[in-house]
Design a protein around this ligand. Structure first.
Ligand code: KIV
Ligand code: NA
Length: 282
């Protein structure tokens, strides 16, 4: 199948089609996302909480992210699916864009690893950086509202833009980032009204919400939240299947069957030819 590309994404947005985005951290999760026909696959730094057991995303390294991105790229490229291939987004981890030089070098590394565009957390102060990446030919997704990498400074993992003043700030940051070149936005944890206000102020740029209500161009979920394999999912996440529970049952049954000798049994064992068996025993 052909890649969706940014032009395909914009075409769908212009037609009013809702866009789906989901995180992936490895080969199988990328394949599920691609086969389902999502438009955007995010190699999120939520990898740290979800798959590495970190308490937040601050400890995630470029090495972690690049390794995951190569696997996700392979998953997206090899999965079955008739819809256009989704865009793969590399999430720039904490500390990887402290200076413009770091940002350019690390964003380029994401491109080489297979990401189509990169995502950076930050409001209007990041506009110059978005511009320099865009000038270097690297597409940027800006992440505003709640920014988990600076949650401490934002008063914890809490709803942002709850006052009219702070909502206006979010809207103007969004406009400034798009002006600087951001091609798509993620808006996290804001009231539905703020989601609508941001999207309305950007007629040509899709806003992908997470905990931002339904009046934006699309939705993003952390795959582990969606599947019930995350220890403490946020309240805005919906579990679409309880894979955690199914997994626990499968592991318990496996241990039981090993102990009882039911597994491997005849079905999962191989046998020699009769001639060879007689020689061995003889
Ligand atoms: O890392 C991540 O999962 C994200 C999404 C929540 C947008 O940044
Ligand atoms: Na992230």
């Amino acid at each position: 199948a052909r890649p969706l590309g940014l032009s395909g994404l914009r075409r769908r947005f212009a037609k009013g089609q809702k866009l789906s985005m989901v995180t992936a951290y490895d080969f199988p999760s990328a394949r599920f996302a691609r086969s389902a026909g999502v438009e955007l696959v995010l190699v999120g730094d939520s990898l740290g909480n979800c798959r590495l057991g970190l308490s937040d995303t601050v400890g995630v390294t470029m090495e972690d992210m690049l390794r995951a991105t190569t696997a996700v790229r392979r998953g997206v490229d090899t999965a079955a699916g008739t819809s256009p291939k989704p865009l793969v987004i590399g999430d720039m981890p904490f500390g990887s864009y402290l200076t413009p030089e770091d940002a350019l070098r690390n964003a380029a590394a994401f491109r080489v690893a297979g990401a189509d565009i990169v995502k950076l957390e930050g409001g209007c102060h990041l506009a110059p950086l978005v511009k320099s990446l865009t000038n270097a030919g690297i597409g940027v997704m800006s992440h505003i509202g709640l920014e988990p990498q600076r949650a401490l400074l934002q008063g914890g993992f809490r709803l942002q833009g709850t006052t009219a003043t702070s909502a206006v700030e979010i809207v103007s940051a969004a406009k400034e980032l798009v002006q600087a070149g951001a091609v798509v936005l993620v808006l996290e944890m804001v009231p539905e009204e703020v989601g609508l206000a941001v999207q309305s102020s950007l007629p040509e740029t899709p806003v992908i919400g997470i905990g931002a209500g339904g009046r934006v161009a699309g939705q993003v979920l952390v795959c582990d939240d969606m599947l019930g394999v995350h220890g403490s999912p946020p309240s805005f996440a919906k579990m679409f299947a309880d894979v955690g529970k199914v997994s626990e049952q499968a592991y318990a049954t496996y241990v039981e069957e090993v102990r009882s000798g039911e597994f491997p049994g005849d079905k999962h064992s191989r046998r020699m030819t009769e001639v060879e068996r007689e020689k061995l025993q003889g």
